[in-house]
Design a protein around this ligand. Structure first.
Ligand code: FES
Length: 578
């Protein structure tokens, strides 16, 4: 344990302590807000980074929940300072929140750097908010705790349980197939999201908050508490209390996010049956902390980590509320036993594995033992081949096993609008063996790598009763999606990756057991097509989009901005106060 800090050594003391005119301004303006000197004197100032907004249903409770965080900070002798940040709602932000994850990361880093704060509680949960907040706070380097929003309650319609996203996709296929009525569809619309909180399937939000906990960035058990459960208020206050002590202890993120912590978070992610999006965010978060993480590392850990969380979409029945009642993420960690590295510590200052022997598992059908997994390997597989030299990913647990080995003719669309037309156009060749291919949907091409990877099933096949087929793209897909969807093809087609050279009718071979994805086209023909390929024009000529397309990295590198990674080097100076 490093030596603790004195008040004079805190960042905020540089603003608040000196006997000079600038500090006079800082103090008098704090008093303008109604505070007396004894409210802040000798106390750490704690930022509460709040991603609440009127356009963020998953964080609707954060306005009130921030008050519980502040209560904890005050109880522990700190001074809270709430700072709003981009709320990044998956549902409302277009073209995709992924375009703005790095903007939230930059905002978080600079909010913390530019204000007189010594530590932070980060409030997030909806998909990109977890990696965005964590990436920024890691780069800033002051102590922080992550407070997850918690999953919403189970959905319900006509006595049937509904899962976020997953059932939206499923019943939309039924609607297109003509098997449910407009009234039933509207009933599902009103019943699928019944409370505040993030999606309650094991989608990207639940996966990312689990990763944050396994990386040591939350208090124990925080990620599984449903948003509407009173435990969430208590956890909010506990975060406020603990962060003050972390500042005095100088428990900075570089002491928490070690190689062991990153490997633990990958292991837990695999055991949850995690969202494919988690791969991109995990790589980006680890690289911000200076821990190199490659696709091959994820595949290696995935091969030896069974899926233990029987939560949809990898599982068949249960949702996050059931997961909490069964014991939550701590129970899942207990089931993982010695697969977790006990040298990694958390925001508590103690090992992640501390106290796991006391944890109870209340339902071992929801949180399975290693001897009875939902799926024998981790939920993600990394593919390589002449279609994806830098990698692609698939979620074998969420697709029909008959597609684990598949060879079929490609039907290629150059963009999402074309794809929607082509799949239901009888003039295009289509059989159950067809491999649907969507290109120009990657980080540059999308732009922002939208969640288009679960390409809709063609109506003609739906009417035959089919619900899955092989689909390939350089896009992402929602963590609540399912199907034989190959995603994140790198390098992407928009910058000349091999997907740009594929043509309708070419045979494509997918082999998950050997982790390969290839087009069966000769090298000479591929070279000829490459020579004839013309690069598309860039999407943006100004603004944030221009910066994004100038600096975004490919999916296998985590889609960070090149100038923000630790490999880029450089150091941002502390702001001058006077
Ligand atoms: Fe916010 Fe799914 S929409 S987590």
């Amino acid at each position: 344990m490093a030596a603790g800090k004195t008040y004079e050594q805190l960042r905020s003391a540089r603003w608040m302590l000196p006997d000079d005119q600038r500090s006079f301004g800082h103090r008098s303006r704090t008093m303008q807000m109604g505070y007396a000197p004894e409210d802040w004197q000798g106390k750490p100032i704690i930022a509460v980074i709040n991603t609440w907004s009127d356009a963020q249903p998953c964080h609707m409770h954060f306005r009130e929940r921030a008050e519980w965080v502040k209560r904890g900070i005050l109880q522990s002798g700190g001074f809270p300072m709430e700072l709003p940040a981009l709320s990044l709602s998956e549902n409302f932000v277009k073209p995709t929140t992924m375009l703005y994850r790095n903007m939230l990361a930059m905002e978080t880093e600079e909010l913390l750097r530019s204000h007189p704060v010594d530590g932070a509680v980060l409030m997030g949960g909806c998909d990109k908010t977890t990696p965005g907040l964590v990436m920024g706070a890691v780069s800033m380097g002051i102590p922080f705790i992550y407070l997850p929003a918690g999953p919403m309650l189970r959905g319900n319609y006509a006595g049937k349980t509904l899962g976020s996203g997953t059932d939206g996709f499923k019943y939309w296929d039924e609607r297109r197939a003509g098997t449910i009525s407009k009234e039933e569809w509207q009933g599902i619309e009103g019943g699928i999201a019944r409370s505040y909180g993030h999606c309650m399937t094991m989608g990207t939000a639940s996966t990312m908050t689990a990763i944050a906990e396994a990386m040591g960035l939350t208090l124990p058990g925080a990620s599984s508490i449903p948003a509407a459960d009173a435990n969430h208020q208590r956890m909010s206050a506990a975060c406020g209390r603990r962060i003050v002590d972390m500042v005095w202890e100088d428990l900075t993120p570089d002491r928490i996010i070690t190689r062991a912590a990153v490997d633990n978070s990958v292991t837990v992610a695999m055991a949850t049956g995690c969202s494919t999006n988690a791969i991109i965010h995990l790589i980006a978060m680890a690289r911000r902390a200076g821990v190199p993480l490659e696709l091959d590392d994820l595949d290696r850990i995935g091969r030896t980590t069974p899926v233990l969380a029987n939560i949809r979409p990898s599982g068949s029945t249960y949702l996050m509320e059931d997961f909490f009642y069964a014991g939550g993420l701590r129970a899942l960690m207990k089931q993982l036993g010695d697969k977790l590295d006990s040298t990694a510590i958390t925001v508590t200052g103690k090992p992640l594995t501390d106290g796991l022997d006391q944890v109870k598992i209340y339902n071992d059908d929801v949180i399975r033992p290693l001897s009875n997994p939902v799926y024998h390997e981790g939920s993600l597989a990394v593919l390589k081949g002449n279609l994806c030299p830098d990698g692609a990913v698939i979620k074998p647990a969420a697709c029909d096993p008959k597609f684990h080995r598949h060879c079929g003719p490609a039907l290629v669309a150059d963009n999402y609008a074309d794809m929607k037309k082509i799949i239901d156009d009888p003039d295009y060749p289509l059989t159950p063996d067809t491999v649907l291919v969507l290109r120009n949907a990657g980080p540059q091409g999308g732009p922002g790598m939208p969640e288009w990877g679960m390409i809709p099933m063609p109506k003609a096949l739906l009417k035959l009763g089919l619900r899955d087929m092989v689909r390939i793209s350089d896009a992402r897909m929602s963590g609540t999606s399912f199907g034989a969807c190959v995603l994140h093809v790198a390098p992407e087609s928009y910058i000349g990756g091999p997907l740009a050279l594929l043509r309708t009718g070419d045979m494509v071979e997918l082999d998950i057991p050997t982790r390969s994805l290839n087009m069966l086209v000769s090298e000479e023909e591929i070279a000829a097509r490459r020579a004839a390929w013309v690069a598309p024009t860039r999407h943006y000529e100004r603004g944030y989009g221009f910066m994004f397309s100038s600096h975004i990295e490919q999916a296998d590198k985590g889609c960070d901005f090149d100038f923000l990674t630790t490999e880029f080097g450089g150091k941002t100076p502390e702001p001058a106060i006077n």
